[in-house]
Design a protein around this ligand. Sequence first.
Ligand SMILES: Cc1cc2nc3c(=O)[nH]c(=O)nc-3n(C[C@H](O)[C@H](O)[C@H](O)COP(=O)(O)OP(=O)(O)OC[C@H]3O[C@@H](n4cnc5c(N)ncnc54)[C@H](O)[C@@H]3O)c2cc1C
Length: 364
Amino acid sequence: MSRVVKSVVVVGAGIAGASVAVQLAVDGADVVVVEADRPGRATRAGAGIVPAPTLAPASPLEELRSAAAAAYPGAAADAGGASFAVVGDLHVARVGKDLEIAAETLTAAHGTATTVLAPGEANGLFPYLDHAYGAVRVAGTARVDGEAMRAGLLRAAEAAGARFAAGEAALDDDGRVVRVGRERFPAEAVVLAAGAWSADLAAAAGLVVPVEAQRGQIAHFGVPDDTVGLPVVQPLASRHYLLAFDDHRIVAGATRETGSGPDPRMTAAGVAEVLRETLLVAPGLADATLQEVRVGLRPATPDLLPLLGPVPGHPTLWLATGMGAGGLALGPYAGRLVARAIAGADPEIDLAPFGLGRFSGGQL
Ligand SMILES: Cc1cc2nc3c(=O)[nH]c(=O)nc-3n(C[C@H](O)[C@H](O)[C@H](O)COP(=O)(O)OP(=O)(O)OC[C@H]3O[C@@H](n4cnc5c(N)ncnc54)[C@H](O)[C@@H]3O)c2cc1C
């Protein structure tokens, strides 16, 4: 490590915490990961869409997203594969004019790797789709099984020497010690990667970390057909989507329930919304088996940018949270950036736009 940080405690073993932990452990730090296994962990519920890299990122967030997408194949291979695959996506609509406009925007963003399928042609690539749809296809979009990615990262962290503590973490001594039951873990760096619960955790150290839970409900369908290589489907007219995994599974989501609070229940209205939007676009799924509805709490900030980096003016506390609706895609790369910053390494990307300082400075 460039800076000698010997002991680090990471609170939260979702994709964010797991990604920080593996890099720190590989770099030689003494890492403890604390995980409470709360209902509503976002990484378990996340769909897994990893958008294609963009040609000319126009904002710090786009730059981060694009770098994260470019780094994903390597990160997934290091984590043991994690069902990561570049499958492309179909941005679908019924009206030719809408497709033309989308084609222009998407081609500008992603280059020549886009193709247009006229209304009626997209069903050949995603057989459950309403026959009336056409599509703009972006070749570079990928999908990942977030839970498998997280498990692979944690295995790699353990192999590099990280230790694990199961239970609820609380901050003591102004964030210099992490307490889990009767055990106390003093640390030179404490990483708050507690997802939608990060604000409560930080409040104990007198910090305001503006992260709120945004509930998402998402359905998993079983189908008898071969689902290998099916693309992601994103209707231009809604924020819902469909994607497939190789085990005869189609995943369709999701609600975005801003203001839900940390309430991980499956609700009648949430499930109704997901099923309605799914069958509107993909009536071919009407006879699929509804296997499961997952519910996750996205860690959302007021400006929808993540919170990454040191807590200003605090000697030990770091943030790796607030990744909202894009955390499975951002997590591995963003986690690595935070880990490298803790080690004092030169940043590949400036973390300043993602710092807590952009809000009130963070003090209660
Ligand atoms: C329905 C849905 C669909 C999504 N789809 C996508 C997608 O297609 N692409 C994409 O990129 N992203 C997607 N996301 C977003 C993504 O899932 C999240 O941004 C990401 O998983 C957040 O990871 P995290 O590690 O910050 O949080 P989490 O995965 O929630 O992890 C936080 C962890 O901290 C633990 N914890 C909390 N408090 C404590 C404590 N006091 N002590 C110990 N442990 C604690 C929790 O148990 C939890 O495991 C989706 C999310 C949802 C809900």
